[in-house]
Design a binder for this molecule. Sequence first.
Ligand SMILES: *Cc1c(COP(=O)(O)O)cnc(C)c1O
Length: 405
Amino acid sequence: MNKAFSTRAIHAGRADFIEKGLHAPPIDLSSTYPTPDLDEAARSFDSLVSGDEPLGSFIYQRLFNPTTDRFERALAELEGAEDAAAFSSGMAAISAVLLAAKSRGSHVVAVRPIYGTADHLLTSGLLGVSVSWATQDGIAEAIRPDTCLVIIESPANPTLELVDIASVVRQAGAVPVMVDSTFATPVLQQPLSLGASLVLHSATKFLGGHGDVLAGVVAGPHALVRDIKHVRAATGGLLHPLAAYLLHRGLQTLSLRVERAQSTAIGLAARLAADPRVTGVRFPSLPGQDPRGLLGRQMTGPGSILSFELSSDSPAVMRDFLGALEIITPAVSLGSTDSLIQPPAALTHRVVDVQARESVGISQGLLRLSVGLEDPADLWADIDRALAEVASRLEYGVRVPALTP
Ligand SMILES: *Cc1c(COP(=O)(O)O)cnc(C)c1O
């Protein structure tokens, strides 16, 4: 039976519940597991360190944990993937993907903007991987014989630009494409169905959804995920079972949360776009912001993150605006039940080269708003009142350039 996403999200990773007499997933906190049969343990150890299934004892938590495994199976099912690997953070997941890809070469092609620390990880060469930054139409030209991976993020953090996944996959040819789909979640977009090799999430964001878990997860075909699990077994970074439990629980309400936040965000984006006190509102469903027609084709809706600038480039005005908000919390992170706002140039993307930042539209005055599950009218009232507090210092008619072509 071909079940809808919301049904699968409730039952994923729970197929054995009736047989085992369970209603909620058990949390197994064991750091080690008994190995009374040494021959069997040796076989299982060999299998696990290569990134394969346990063949008997789970041996040791860094190699395998059944609670984390359940969450991985559930996420893989929702992304239409054969397998998934969960990590202690999104950055740990990206690092393991890069280290696993290095067996094929040490050059990566990526499209800016991406999450600030991911940009930093690639630009710094910290993992011995070099990067060529390309536009989404320039992937083919940027690929070299030693290119091991193409990395894109759609919608992009923090400018909400949509990257055409199918087009990037075509241009990449035999090189695997990894899509950071954190902003979209599997509710709105499933990159593997568009030909991507790997889909990655900072599960800290929407998948956890309540601002209380740090995690990352990457899903794809067995062969690639096996190599990633091999790296994870050797370097560490397995997601802790308590966090995995919370994430698995969060998946059950994922579609409800994503859809409700999205409908609120659509309303707020429209009000902000029509308000002279703000400028450069970025949100995929606003007129002119989806030139490739990807909404409906690649992504079912625009999501719930938007960005905008105040009609002023004064840091004091921004500070006072943020200080006047009462419901929306000034903080990094996103995809939580509560609405969060932050200036990427000063915080999440401060590690990105200034010129590179400006060239993709991450100006000093850009604000990224993650719309939460509060009442839509209360959220607008909060923004409206904070804008009113700084209104006398705004420069109406002075449109701060924010949009990149
Ligand atoms: C937050 C984020 C990351 C990093 O994830 P952590 O869980 O913070 O390590 C990666 N990509 C995107 C798009 C993010 O928003």
